[in-house]
Design a protein around this ligand. Sequence first.
Ligand SMILES: Nc1nc2c(ncn2[C@@H]2O[C@H](COP(=O)(O)OP(=O)(O)OP(=O)(O)O)[C@@H](O)[C@H]2O)c(=O)[nH]1
Ligand SMILES: [Mg+2]
Length: 276
Amino acid sequence: MKVQWYPGHMAKATRLMKEQLKTVDIVIEVCDARAPLASRNDVLSSALGGKKRIVAYNKSTLADKQISENWMAHLTAGGELCVFTDAMAREGIKQLRELLIDEAAGKMRYNRAVRAMVTGIPNVGKSMLINSLTFSSGVKTGNRPGLTRGNQWLRIDEKLHLLDTPGVLAPKIESDYDAFCLAAIGCVKDTIFDKYEACIEIVDFMRRYYPALLLSRYKLEAIDDDSVVVLEDIARRRGFFMRGGEVDLNRLADTLYDEFKNGKIGRMSLQCPEEK
Ligand SMILES: Nc1nc2c(ncn2[C@@H]2O[C@H](COP(=O)(O)OP(=O)(O)OP(=O)(O)O)[C@@H](O)[C@H]2O)c(=O)[nH]1
Ligand SMILES: [Mg+2]
C-alpha cells in the first residue's frame, strides 16, 4: 500500500526535538504495541546522542497478548529498556514511572526531578500516557495524528517532569507493509491514503492471521477468497446500501477502518518478532 507522504513540518519538529534533547535526562519513545517496528522513528533513535531511551509500547490492550509477550522477550534480550503500556486502561504505568526514575536518577548529581522527553510518531498516545502518569488531564489528547503542536513541560511531581512533543514521522517509510501498518493503526492522516485499498489489506491480513475475529465481529458464515467479496458481504450484513440497492463500499470502508484502528474487532498485532 502507498501513502502520499510529505515530510514538511516534520523536519522542523525533528530539529526542535534535537535541540530539546540537551535539556533532558532521558527519553521516552512511545510506539504502538500492535506494530513495534513500523511505529518506531529511526531518525529519533539515531538522534539520541548518548541519552538513555525507554520505549513504551502503548495501546497494548489492543495488541495480541501472546505476540506482545514474545516481543518483550525478544526486545529485552536485545538490551532494550522497554515497557508495554496502555494509557487508557492504565496498564504498565507504574512500571514505566519506576523504570524512568531508576534509570535516570542514577546518573544525576543533584537531588532534583528527572526530566524526560516524550517522543514518538503521531497518535501513538504520547499525551494520554503523560496524562496517565499525572493522574489528571493536563494535556490535550485526541484520536487524530498531529494533535499536539508545540513542546509542553509538565511537572508531574517533585520527582518527575515530562516534556510532551508533537508526533514526528521519519521522512521515509521503509516498506509498503510499514505504510499499511501506519495507516491501519491511525498514525498517518486518512487523507493521504486510500481507505478502500487499506480495507482490502485489512481483510487480507485478518483472513490470514485472525479469521475467527473477522467471522465473529461481522457475523459472517464464511470468508471468501476475494477480499472485495468479503467487504461486500460485510456491507450487506451491516445494511450499507446505496439508493439503487448496491452495497455502499465507501461507507463500509469508513466503518471497517475505524473499527480496526480502534481495536473494536479484537486484539491483533500486525508485526511479530519471528517475521522480522
Ligand atoms: N485503547 C487505547 N487508546 C489510546 C491509548 N493511548 C491513547 N489512546 C487514544 O489514541 C488517541 C491519540 O492519543 P494522544 O495521546 O492524543 O496521542 P499523541 O501521541 O499525543 O498524538 P499527537 O499529539 O497527535 O502526536 C486518542 O484517541 C486516545 O484516546 C491506549 O493506551 N489505549
Ligand atoms: Mg499529543
